[in-house]
Each structure stands twice: as C-alpha cells, then as structure tokens.
Design a protein around this ligand. Structure first.
Ligand code: ADP
Length: 413
C-alpha cells in the first residue's frame, strides 16, 4: 500500500508530462500547419511537424493504454475527453470507444467517483478516494483527481483522475489482519487460563495439596502451548518471507522415517501402530532437516487423529516425481474441509486440536516447505475411514537425465 502511495506523485508527473507533451505536440503541429497554408515554402517543415505530432500522439496513446492505472480526463461539463484502456475496462467495464464525449453520470452511478471529479472541476484536488466497482469481479481503487487548468487564462478546463487498483493490496491487508486476530485469539486462551490459575494459587490454593499440583501442570501445559505457537508462527513467517534455505542432498528415506517413528512412538501414550514401509534403497533429493520436519508433522497428526488400536503406514512411490505417503486409519476429514485444510489456523475441530496441543499451523508449514522444495503436499480422505497425505518432491535432475538417456538411445537406434 505504502509503495503504491509513494508512487503516486511520480506517476502523476509522468502522466502530466505526457498530457502536456500531447498538447505541445498538437499545438506546434497546428501552428506550423496554419503557417504552412500561407507560406508554401515551408511545406516540407510542415509535413515534418505533422509527422512529429502524430508520432507524439501515437506514443502518448500507447503509453496511456499500457498503464495499469486507469486514467480519465473530463471537461467542465463532466463529459469524457479521454480515458485509457484500464479505465474503460477495469473501472467502467466498457469496451471500444463508446466512452468518449459521454457524461460521467452515464458511465457510472458511483457517488465516490462523481463527487471526486465534481470537486476536481470546482478546483479542489482529491486523493485517497476509495472506489469499489462490481463488474465480473469486485475491484477496489484508490482514486486521485486534480483540476486541469487552461494554459491561456489559468481557468479550470476539466479534471484528470487516476485510478490505482489496490484490490490485491486490500486482500493482503485483510489476510494480515485475520492472521493477527487469529494469533491474538490463540494466545489469549492459554494466557487467560495461566493468569486465572496463578491468582487461584495466590489466593490460597497453593496450600491446597489436592489441587496445587494439578493447577501447576495446567499452567505448564498452557505455557508449552504458547511457546509452541510462537515457535510455529516464527517458523512460518521465516518460510513465507523466503528466509529459510533448503539445502538438498540425497536422503536415505527409510532411515529418516525410522528416526521419526522412533521418537514419536517414545513420546506418545496412544495405542496406534506405526508401519514404515519405505524400501531400504529409497532415496529422495531433499533437505533432510526440512523433510524430517514435514514428515514429523504429518505422522504426528496421523497418530493424534487416529482411533484407538489404529495404524499409520508410511510408503514411498516413484513416478515422474517422488511421492511419500502417510496413511492413517483414523477418523477421516469431511470432504468440505479439504480445500481449506492447509490454511493457517484452519482446523476441523478447534477445541479438539487445542486439547491435543495443536497450533493449527502444522499443515501450513508443511505446505510451504513442500513448495520450497519445488514440490507440493496433497490430501485425500474418507470420513470415518482414514486419511492419506502425500508429499510430492521433484526428482533430482541429473538422475532423471540418467534414466532418460538409455531409452532415448534405444529409440534413436
Ligand atoms: P494442528 O496443530 O491442529 O494439528 P495442523 O495444521 O497440523 O494443526 O492440522 C490442521 C487440522 O487438520 C487439524 O486440527 C485436524 O482437524 C486436521 N487434520 C490434520 N491431519 C489429520 C489427520 N491425519 N486426520 C484427521 N484430521 C487431520
């Protein structure tokens, strides 16, 4: 947003320079053409001036039409003098030249646009006017209007407005606000519990031998959750900002999964069996630390959201890319949640996730890490039966060539 606003004056200068260029070009051409009528010996100069004028007009048109910002110039009667392509198509959803000489009121009923241009022809500059349009899709513009003064007497001859498309910036701002409100909400819940329990302990429960340890363990659990949440937020921000370096190497997949399965089995009291079905010779080209992070997240979820006596299987398949599958026999995920599952803080059952110590950021981290590898992660699930998460990683380029070469030779031979 700031960047776009900082560019406003520069853009205005360019447009103003171009518009004045057109007028000067036209004026010079007109003067020379007029003189040419009376002074025949200046005919060659006259035709050169016309060429220059038409070139400058052509250049101006091309520049204005390629601008991403919409530009609209109206005269004192609020009729359109000129409008570039972006203004016609994006702001007014019109095609062709039907816009010229039409009144502004015929083009739009949007009071924000009308008022800003009316102020313009009354001599008042307006900036930061928010304009929303609803064509095939909703768009938001930041409109700036300045009065146009005639060079001869300084009187107002019209107004010039530029529409900056800020739809994407607004969407990003919304995402940012939503993220902040989610973070505050996620932190507030454990913090409230910690404060309440600390006060209870202070008010006498410290001496209550039946409850004091229980209260302390709840305080510890909530502090750990806050700690984990902050770690995940920092991690996600670093990955999203591109500050996480992925150093790829050949990783023996079976060994890596064995380590993860070992440490997760040690840390859980759940009756869920883990089956590592990765062939011992399987290797993938990935950052071992980041791959372990992705798989730990997925396998941990597969255990957490499993049923008692359930199973988690980790498999490897190789196609054009390497696939690592984490399958569980858990509760499954209803189909309508699947599209949003990798969004930050999205959870099927919020209370349950919190109870299980979840932050709601694990899958978002997996998604970004898979992308950082040039791959992706996907999910398939049957409600009540189980879920399969698949990490897809591109194969090492040299390896792919090595495998391709013999078949190419055979084909050629
Ligand atoms: P959380 O910290 O809640 O586990 P995640 O981003 O890792 O956050 O997962 C988001 C949500 O996706 C979970 O809260 C859960 O509802 C759902 N989910 C993830 N993995 C599974 C799974 N294997 N089976 C069922 N639901 C799952």
């Amino acid at each position: 947003m700031l960047l776009a606003l900082l560019n406003l004056p520069a853009l205005f200068l360019i447009v103003a320079a171009l518009v004045s260029g057109l007028f000067v070009g036209w004026y010079v051409g007109w003067r020379l053409a007029k003189r040419g009528l009376t002074r025949s010996n200046e005919q060659i100069g006259n035709s050169r001036a016309n060429d220059a004028s038409s070139l400058s007009s052509h250049l101006l048109n091309a520049t204005l039409n390629e601008m991403r910002e919409g530009l609209l110039v109206i005269d004192r009667d609020m009729r359109v003098l000129t409008a570039n392509r972006a203004a016609q198509q994006l702001v007014f959803n019109l095609g062709g030249d039907g816009i010229f000489s039409r009144r502004l009121t015929e083009l739009t009923r949007n009071p924000a646009i009308y008022d800003a241009f009316l102020d313009g022809i009354r001599g008042t500059e307006r900036s930061g006017v928010k304009v929303e349009t609803y064509g095939p899709e909703r768009r938001v513009f930041d409109l700036r209007v300045v009065p146009l003064r005639s060079a001869a007497d300084g009187g107002i001859s019209g107004a010039l407005g530029i529409f900056f498309d800020v739809t994407r910036l607004e969407r990003l701002e919304l995402v940012r606000q939503e993220f902040l409100s989610n973070v505050s909400h996620e932190l507030r819940t454990p913090l409230t519990s910690i404060i309440a329990l600390t006060e209870t302990l202070e008010d006498g429960a410290l001496a209550d031998s039946q409850n004091n340890r229980r209260f302390l363990s709840i305080i510890k659990k909530n502090s750990t959750r806050m700690h984990r949440l902050i770690d995940d937020i920092l991690e996600l921000s670093a990955i999203e900002a591109g500050n996480v370096k992925v150093s790829r190497e050949w990783v023996p997949l079976r060994l890596l999964v064995e380590d993860i399965v070992g440490s997760l089995s040690a840390g859980t009291s759940r009756n869920v069996s883990l089956d590592n079905q990765i062939p011992s010779n399987a290797k993938v080209f990935a950052d071992p630390h980041r791959l372990a992070q992705m798989l730990t997240n997925l396998i941990d979820n597969a255990v957490k959201f499993n049923r008692d006596g359930g199973k988690v299987t980790i498999r490897y398949e190789t196609h054009n890319s390497d696939h690592i599958l984490v399958e569980d026999t858990g509760e499954g995920i209803p189909a309508h949640h699947l599209d949003r599952l990798f969004e930050r803080f999205y959870r099927v059952d919020r209370a349950r996730s919190r109870d299980l110590g979840g932050t709601g950021l694990g899958l978002a981290i997996v998604k970004h890490l898979a992308k950082a590898h040039g791959g992706e992660v996907s999910v398939e699930s049957r409600f009540g039966e189980g879920t399969v998460f698949t990490i897809e990683l591109p194969r090492h380029i040299e390896e792919a060539h090595r495998e391709e070469s013999p078949s190419k030779l055979t084909a050629a031979g």
